[in-house]
Write a protein of this length. Structure first.
Length: 429
């Protein structure tokens, strides 16, 4: 089967653009499509990577959901935890205590959140990836007696697990001591203090977590805040984080059917809804801004075809005189514009994927205090690449319709007459 004559003519027109204006416009148009497609691929891949990396860090550090008691202290947490563990869709349940305190070393002071955890449960969560194994054992040390001098019985000091950014701020390392001060738990409203030994240092890669969170044993936190057997709430890990809210909500409804408001379930998507909303809106805004590059390139395709039609007016007239239909003429110039779009998209995809590979290989350092992450992650979604190319090709096709229709409606007699008149004028001058 031979190549249609419309395609042959379109390719010939692409190769035979003699005028400098048409040729330069064509090059700029291809460059515009390439730039727009490549930029969109890189930007969407960066945002995809940021979302994926941030979500992985977030779910690695925090539980999938928190269960708190409404209007009451959480005394029956052991019974609630036992019933939650019976649900096959729930992986782990752990009680916790959390409060705001001040930690102080010989060389610094910082406000942090102190969290009491069960070290045995922590070993089975993602927190174990960021902290040394021995640190969880050292959290189990018994606290100092109230009348015991701080300088003695060092091995009995309770352990505390801190982040690497906090350790740098306080200039401490494992084995050093920290003083924890809390406005709660003291007698007659007085502040309560206790000396801890740094059991280990974790590094999650998230500045807010590594500089503002410390861990102690659950029993130690209960003793420090004089909570006895009361906890702040339960941390729950489900088998599927994306359905954790529905899974845990159903389990809680079965535990307390007579009082559906007895518990407050806060899954990770709720507690971080604002942050993810900002990330998604910024991704959309930047993608829309970069899409204007492709839109401008589409207008350049239109301008290029108009210039080409003006240059090839006599050839169009000859083709129509030889029997070419309006549809054939329209197809020729639509193909001409599509060729520009296809070349631009192909080069743009190649350049975009190459830039993504370079960024993935060599990385780009980020300030974790601003971006929460330490490096720029890249995740390329093939469906998004296809969508970008499809969008660019749709714009390129739409840009060809007006000039192609104009060429199809050209009067062959008028086209030949105008060409002849221009030749006579040129000869007379």
């Amino acid at each position: 089967m031979g190549i249609p004559f419309e395609a042959i003519v379109a390719l010939r027109y692409m190769r035979a653009r003699r005028k400098a204006g048409v040729s330069l416009t064509s090059v700029l148009t291809v460059f515009g499509v390439t730039l727009g497609v490549a930029a969109l691929i890189v930007v969407t891949s960066v945002w995809n990577g940021f979302q994926a990396e941030f979500l992985e860090k977030l779910l690695g550090i925090n539980a999938h959901a928190l269960i708190l008691r409404n209007h009451d202290v959480f005394r029956d947490h052991q019974e609630v935890a036992k019933r939650l563990r019976d649900d096959p869709n729930i992986e782990e349940v752990a009680p916790f205590v959390i409060s705001e305190v001040i930690v102080q070393s010989d060389r610094g002071v910082q406000g942090v959140a102190i969290k009491g955890i069960d070290p045995d449960v922590a070993r089975r969560t993602q927190l174990a990836k960021y902290a040394p194994e021995a640190a969880f054992d050292r959290l189990k040390r018994d606290p100092l007696a109230p009348d015991e001098p701080p300088g003695q019985a060092r091995a009995l000091r309770p352990g505390i697990l801190i982040g690497n950014d906090l350790s740098e701020q306080l200039h401490v390392r494992p084995g050093d001591v920290l003083t924890v001060v809390s406005p709660y738990g003291g007698k007659k409203g007085e502040a309560r203090t206790r000396i801890y030994e740094v059991a280990g240092i974790f590094h999650s890669g998230m500045f807010e977590f590594d500089s503002r969170m410390v861990f102690v044993h659950l029993a130690e936190a209960q003793d420090f805040f004089r909570l006895h057997k009361v906890v702040t709430g339960l941390e729950v890990w489900s088998r599927d984080p994306l359905t954790s809210e529905a899974t845990i909500g159903r389990a809680i409804a079965q535990i307390s059917p007579e009082d559906p408001l007895a518990f407050d379930v806060r899954d990770w998507s709720k507690t971080n809804r604002g942050l993810f909303g900002v990330v998604n809106s910024q991704k959309l805004l930047i993608s829309l801004m970069l899409s204007f590059i492709v839109v401008v390139a589409a207008f350049n395709i239109m301008a290029t075809l108009i210039l080409l039609i003006l240059e090839k007016g006599r050839e169009i007239a000859v083709l129509k005189s030889l029997g070419a239909t309006d549809g054939a003429i329209r197809t020729i110039f639509v193909l001409d514009g599509l060729i520009v779009g296809i070349v631009g998209c192909a080069v743009g995809v190649a350049v975009g994927l190459m830039l993504c590979a370079v960024l993935q290989e060599y990385g780009l350092k980020l300030d974790p205090r601003v971006y929460y992450l330490e490096h720029l992650p890249i995740v390329v979604h093939p469906i998004e690449v296809v969508s970008i190319v499809a969008g660019a090709m749709i714009l390129a096709t739409m840009a060809t319709l007006f000039p192609a229709t104009r060429a199809a409606r050209m009067n062959p007699v008028a086209g030949l007459t105008r060409r002849t008149q221009r030749q006579h004028v040129a000869e007379s001058t």
